[in-house]
Design a protein around this ligand. Structure first.
Ligand SMILES: Cc1ncc(COP(=O)(O)O)c(C=O)c1O
Length: 394
């Protein structure tokens, strides 16, 4: 199929819910992807934060090849070697005390599971989420998501969700009632513009939740798996939640969600109360086991911290140079540059120069590159951004 045919078929048949970039990507390796014409791009989208270990990491490829010839499907009502191996590895990297996992297929599903679990454990139904939060687009997750544009067409949503301003512990306290099951929060808000919480916020939430006997849920779908310079972002503040959601990167590029919980919390789910046909699919589990090995053996969180600091420093230098930059934010290799205007042209300009970047809201350029990105590649990204800003300045 040629480029034109591919585009036409997707446009004609696929539900029209994605803002397309006009690019046909056909191959990837490490921090690079190539389009159908062989043009190379440094991928700072990381496929929306998925490609943490890099595209087509050889260890993931090998594990998938091995498993695909052994067993592809195995419902969780049967035990399976690839699944049990992964479960042990997941618990090995999780914050201490989160000893149980429910496996699913996406970020939104991992949040759905967390919401149901919090309701079941507490016997209460109210949930507190943050203004600006993004937790996915299925009905439960959407009820926790903030943006009106996503919510309004699908009213009524799941009842009992309240949104409070982040970094305001008093407002959280005020919002808690005797019907509150949990507080749900992203350690760093990705979709709303790479916004790092103030240092007292997560520890303060932990204290309030303990005091009020309310569960604390961290959504680490975007921040987890080494992205911010620690395996999980909550480690920056030494706070362990009662329930934690992970997805995107955990299976080296294959679809998987994982909801972690304390043993006593997960025990609230009785047989049949939550399930999914693909929960713990062996092929995906084999990929995830390999991805965890890569994460640890290649010291990717440490690499994200070092290269993230380097990248952020370069972006801050750009901010000094270009008045159109309002702020540089982020931790590790989860970075954002807030501009004084719409960033769409910057995205297109970078793309033309062989660099793929994301937006986050209207005026933030966001970087979620594979953690294997090299310093020289970061230099090229900064150079492209510099040129794009120069053009916008004129
Ligand atoms: C923090 C957070 N939670 C949940 C989700 C939803 O994940 P998915 O798109 O896999 O359903 C996302 C997706 O970007 C996210 O960033």
């Amino acid at each position: 199929m040629n480029e034109k045919q591919i585009v036409e078929l997707e446009e004609k048949i696929m539900a029209n819910t994605f803002a397309k970039r006009g690019l046909v990507i056909t191959r990837g390796k490490g921090a690079l992807v190539w389009d159908i014409n062989g043009k190379e791009y440094i991928d700072c989208t990381g496929s929306y934060g998925v490609a943490v270990v890099g595209h087509c990491h050889p260890r993931v490829v090998e594990a998938v090849q091995r498993q695909v010839e052994t067993l592809i499907a195995c419902h969780a009502s049967f035990y399976n070697d690839a699944r049990s191996e992964l479960l042990e590895k997941l618990i090995g990297i999780a914050p201490k005390g989160l000893d149980r996992v429910f496996l699913s297929n996406s970020g939104a599903e991992s949040v759905e599971c967390a919401i149901k679990l919090a309701r079941k454990y507490s016997g209460k139904h109210e949930m507190i989420a943050m203004v600006g939060a993004f937790h996915g687009k299925t009905m439960g997750a959407l009820s926790a998501t903030w943006k009106k544009k996503y919510r309004a067409p699908f009213m009524p949503l799941v009842p009992g969700f309240k949104h409070v301003p982040p970094n305001n512990l008093e407002k959280v306290k005020e919002a808690i009632t005797d019907k509150t099951a949990a507080v749900l929060v992203e350690p760093i808000r990705g979709e709303s513009g790479v916004r790092v919480n103030s240092d007292d916020f997560l520890p303060g939430l932990r204290e309030i939740c303990d005091e009020k006997d309310v569960l604390l849920i961290f959504d680490e779908v975007q921040t987890g798996f080494g992205r911010t310079g620690k395996v999980f972002a909550c480690e920056h503040w030494n706070v362990v939640p009662d329930i934690m959601c992970l997805a995107k990167s955990v299976a080296g590029g294959l679809p998987m969600g994982a909801t972690f919980a304390r043993e006593d919390v997960m025990a609230a789910f009785k047989r049949g109360e939550h399930s999914s046909t693909f929960s713990g699919n062996p092929l995906v589990c084999a990929a995830a086991s390999a991805a965890i090995d890569v994460l640890i053996e290649e010291k990717l969180p440490e690499r994200a911290a070092t290269n993230g600091n380097y990248f952020k420093g370069k972006l801050e230098a750009l901010a000094e140079k270009h008045r159109i930059v309002r702020e540089v934010r982020g931790l590790g290799l989860m970075l954002g540059v807030e501009m004084r205007f719409d960033v769409y042209n910057i995205l297109l300009d970078c793309m033309e120069q062989g660099v793929l970047v994301l937006d986050a809201g209207r005026n933030v350029v966001r970087f979620l590159p594979p953690l294997v990105i090299e310093k020289e590649q970061i230099d090229k990204v900064v150079k492209a951004l510099d040129a794009a800003m120069e053009k916008e300045n004129k």
